[in-house]
Design a protein around this ligand. Structure first.
Ligand SMILES: CC(C)(COP(=O)(O)OP(=O)(O)OC[C@H]1O[C@@H](n2cnc3c(N)ncnc32)[C@H](O)[C@@H]1OP(=O)(O)O)[C@@H](O)C(=O)NCCC(=O)NCCS
Length: 168
């Protein structure tokens, strides 16, 4: 509710098509203080696939890459990424930008900042097969389809596994 109110207030400052021209977009470390805002963002972005409150709290409490996009002191985007020390692979666990702030480069920036903090030759992620926006973003960032995850998502939809290979 708090985050919704914040987004509502913020909407007074954005243009009719959601431009944030003139406002600074910053990428900052996220932590437990961002718990509720991040949870509201997850729900606004993922619906039935959203992380639960506890799951998200745990992620924000534990080490790993947790970055938020901030516009006018409000959290409007989030990326959570991990490094698997056993396989030396990076994982993009979640990436989300609030609907009012999309198509302004925030998703691309969050992803790039997470990648820059992942010292792994391979980064993987799974995305809903019908999620054309995210697949387009990942393909543009150099990810390629690398597998299939049958009935991975709520309501039985398949996932597409994508990966990016980088020079060490
Ligand atoms: C996917 C998501 C993070 C993209 O965030 P965003 O801030 O709008 O993305 P960007 O503005 O950085 O877009 C970067 C590029 O991705 C592609 N892209 C992003 N949204 C797109 C859309 N709706 N349709 C087609 N291409 C799209 C474009 O190539 C875009 O570059 P361009 O704007 O110069 O054409 C956002 O739509 C979102 O939060 N979706 C819901 C949650 C989600 O699906 N997360 C990913 C799950 S794995």
């Amino acid at each position: 509710m708090l985050a919704k109110t914040a987004f509502g207030l913020l909407s007074h400052f954005v243009g009719p098509r959601g431009e944030v021209s003139g406002f600074t977009q910053q990428i900052q470390k996220a932590d437990l203080r961002d718990w509720f805002a991040a949870w509201h963002l997850e729900r606004a972005c993922f619906g039935p696939d959203a992380w639960g409150l506890l799951e998200l709290g745990l992620a924000l409490l534990t080490p790993g890459i947790r970055l938020k996009a901030v516009v006018e002191e409000q959290l409007v985007g989030l990326v959570i990424a991990e490094r698997n020390v056993w396989t030396n692979e990076g994982l993009i666990a979640t990436l989300a930008v609030h609907p009012d702030f999309r198509r302004q480069g925030l998703g691309r920036r969050l992803l790039a900042e997470a990648e820059a903090r992942l010292p792994t030759p391979r980064i993987r992620l799974t995305v809903r097969a019908s999620n054309a926006a995210a697949i387009a973003l990942y393909e543009r960032a150099g990810y390629r389809r690398a597998g299939h995850a049958p009935r991975y998502y709520a309501h039985g939809e398949d996932g597409v596994v994508m990966e990016k290979l980088r020079r060490p």
